[in-house]
Design a protein around this ligand. Structure first.
Ligand code: SAM
Length: 242
């Protein structure tokens, strides 16, 4: 395990985007993924109000702020605490975005009267268990919640971007997104490691369609059930010596 970690740290230090992030003072190498996706799909524009779900340590928020400028506003939420930014139009709160109460807090902080945003972005990742199918399912769960939030928070014609771990449910998820947006694309930016199963869904022009009952998901923490399931599978595997 220690050997594996040392190998991973060495590899990371050789990584071009890791080095660039350090050099340019971005909080994460993920910043370059948003930059590349935005160059290609024009998701965020100057002056926009942006909501970032799963924003820590804040690399995407830095990039979003560079694009929206002084006139825009960037608000983020994460389970982890995010170091404050030097701009007064960039705010991050600590919390779980799958909980309704936290969405209320976000709405209170949005400076517009209508409490709507132009763009919702989500780079949220579940805790990785290492079991491909399971991580894929949890990622789809988070993406569904992010999509539901997007339909509640976006202005008509607003844009949505979300990271999803690739797997057999991606096509169904894309179809669901297509129900609410005019154009939907899947893309893997150059800064995303080839060996990573992550892929990004880009949805442009929210139609204004209200989130439908049949798509509804319960806004509650399912983390505990998941953790229990992971432990159970791990124990099972140990007993089989897999
Ligand atoms: C890959 S990181 C995001 C990196 C970020 N885009 C950046 O550039 O700095 C994924 C984040 O999603 C957060 N996350 C996962 N589930 C969440 C949830 N339900 N509510 C809030 N944050 C969540 C994790 O805490 C983690 O910090």
């Amino acid at each position: 395990m220690v050997k594996k970690n040392i190998k991973w740290i060495k590899k990371r230090k050789r990584d071009l985007y890791y080095k660039l992030a350090k050099k340019l003072n971005y909080r994460s190498r993920a910043s370059f993924k948003l930059m590349q996706l935005n160059e290609k799909f024009n998701i965020i524009k100057p002056g926009n109000v942006v909501l970032d779900l799963g924003c820590a340590p804040g690399g995407w928020m830095q990039v979003a702020r560079e694009i929206v400028g002084e006139e825009g506003f960037v608000i983020g939420i994460d389970l982890q605490k995010v170091k404050p930014f030097k701009y007064n139009n960039v705010i991050a709160i600590k919390g779980d975005f799958t909980l309704e109460e936290n969405l209320k807090k976000i709405k209170e902080l949005i400076p517009n009267e209508d409490k709507k945003v132009d763009v919702v972005i989500s780079d949220a990742s579940p805790n990785i268990s290492g079991y491909w199918d399971f991580d894929h399912a949890r990622s789809i769960d988070l993406c569904k919640t992010a999509l539901q939030i997007a339909t509640e928070m976006l202005k008509e014609r607003g844009n949505f971007l979300a990271k999803v771990f690739y797997g057999d449910m991606v096509n169904d998820y894309k179809k669901l997104v297509e129900k609410y947006f005019e154009r939907v694309y899947l893309s893997k930016p150059r800064a995303s490691r080839k060996e990573s199963s992550e892929i990004y869904i880009i949805a442009k022009r929210y139609t204004g369609r209200v989130w439908e009952e049949e798509d509804k998901i319960k806004r509650e923490k399912r983390e505990n059930d998941s953790e229990l399931l992971v432990k159970k599978i791990k124990n099972q595997r140990k007993s089989f010596k897999l």
